[in-house]
Design a protein around this ligand. Structure first.
Ligand SMILES: [Zn+2]
Ligand SMILES: [Zn+2]
Length: 310
């Protein structure tokens, strides 16, 4: 029979467990996997900082974006939390050994390339060899597309998105995941590389919308200010866009906040300063999509593409 003291300590443990899920954590319509969470080692934090972010905004699992130099410590630290992380790898694709190091990382368990963000053309030789390698190794490749600098001197990344159909046609066995400013600004047909985050209603027939419809090997990552901006510009458009591409879109956050509540970003000059990008984008998705579509975008599509068992 249980004595009073063990009963009390059990109750204390139960109430401590209840407290680990604070009441301000949103309850989303399905479990959530974030396909775009940067490993917080860059901010001199531990993988615990990634867990703090996920727990704070109600995210179940995440794809940790990891630079190849950090992969061994990332694997070791992420293994502290079984079933919460898978990892994706990036290396300097302008170096001659890029194929070798990325292949080794996939053999070590990386499930994707990404994010791939370099000052090269999207159909240039550096990117082309990554597209072939991703197809050979059967991993998706997540690309940062930007044609306009967010600040002077930033440069542009994977340029030439408007002509990306050519690449999609030429590499039918590669699964591409589009992300960042140019990918999302081009949902609107009137975008001409004027600004990273265009505002106002979306003009139907944009390049991104068309490519997602026409090419089975292109997927979209909702992450960052760019994804949030595109999905908040025009609610009517968003509703139909989510239905149209319900099997191609995947939730990602790319959020820099520390706690899943916007912490640490209050003084930033960025759009959504002081807010958690994950929370903001998941609330748009939960408002604009049916429960079934939400589940695909926030959970099922990524599990399928990244070959993760439920
Ligand atoms: Zn990016
Ligand atoms: Zn956040």
């Amino acid at each position: 029979m249980m004595d009073r003291r063990s009963f009390l300590s059990l109750s204390a443990a139960a109430s401590a467990a209840a407290q680990t899920q604070p009441s301000d954590v949103p309850k989303w319509p399905s479990p959530v996997i974030d396909i775009h969470l940067h490993w917080r080692q860059d901010l001199s934090m531990d993988v615990d900082a990634n867990i703090a972010h996920m727990d704070g905004c109600g995210v179940t699992r995440a794809v940790l974006l990891t630079k190849v130099e950090a992969k061994d410590s990332a694997i070791a630290k992420a293994s502290k939390y079984p079933r919460r992380f898978i990892w994706s790898v990036s290396a300097d694709i302008t170096k001659p050994d890029a194929e070798k190091v990325l292949t080794a990382a996939v053999k070590d368990g990386a499930r994707a390339f990404g994010e791939i963000k370099f000052h090269v053309a999207a159909d240039g030789p550096e990117m082309r060899r990554m597209y072939s390698l991703a197809a050979d190794l059967k991993v998706p490749i997540l690309i940062h597309f930007a044609e306009v600098e967010q600040f002077p001197g930033e440069g542009t990344f994977s340029t030439g998105f408007k002509q990306f159909a050519k690449v999609l046609k030429e590499f039918p066995k590669t699964n591409f995941v589009g992300h960042a400013d140019a990918f999302w600004a081009n949902v609107s047909a009137d975008y001409n590389n004027e600004t990273p985050y265009p505002a106002g209603p979306i003009k139907p027939g944009g390049v991104t919308d068309k490519l997602l419809s026409d090419y089975p090997n292109l997927y979209g990552d909702t992450s960052a200010n760019s994804g949030n901006n595109a999905l908040s510009r025009d609610p009517e458009f968003t509703k139909a866009f989510l239905v149209r591409h319900q099997d191609k879109l995947m939730f990602g956050c790319d959020c820099p906040c520390t706690d899943g509540r916007g912490g640490g970003t209050e003084n930033s000059k960025r759009r959504l300063a002081g807010k958690c990008v994950a929370r903001e984008t998941l609330s748009i998705l939960s408002k604009q999509a049916s429960a079934k579509v939400f589940r695909k975008v926030a959970w099922e599509n990524a599990l399928k593409l990244y070959k993760i068992s439920g």
